[in-house]
Design a protein around this ligand. Structure first.
Ligand SMILES: [Zn+2]
Length: 68
């Protein structure tokens, strides 16, 4: 799961790296990454890291919010 065929490029605008992960575009744009309007978004290693970091932050913020 999450594995993609070789030779697919990263979908982030201005990035030409080879993608290592495919995610739904909705999730990726929610994380604040600038991607096109295709259904699937492909992320390179660096952008996948960035995506993970941003979603982690969001989850942490939620935790704090619930803590009151
Ligand atoms: Zn990239």
């Amino acid at each position: 799961m999450g594995q993609i065929a070789k030779g697919v490029g990263c979908s982030v605008v201005g990035c030409d790296n080879q993608a290592i992960r495919s995610l739904s575009t909705e999730k990726v744009s929610t994380a604040g990454l600038k991607v096109g309007e295709r259904r699937r978004t492909y992320l390179c290693k660096a952008h996948y890291k960035e995506y993970k970091r941003k979603t982690k932050k969001e989850k942490m913020a939620e935790k704090w919010r619930y803590k009151g």
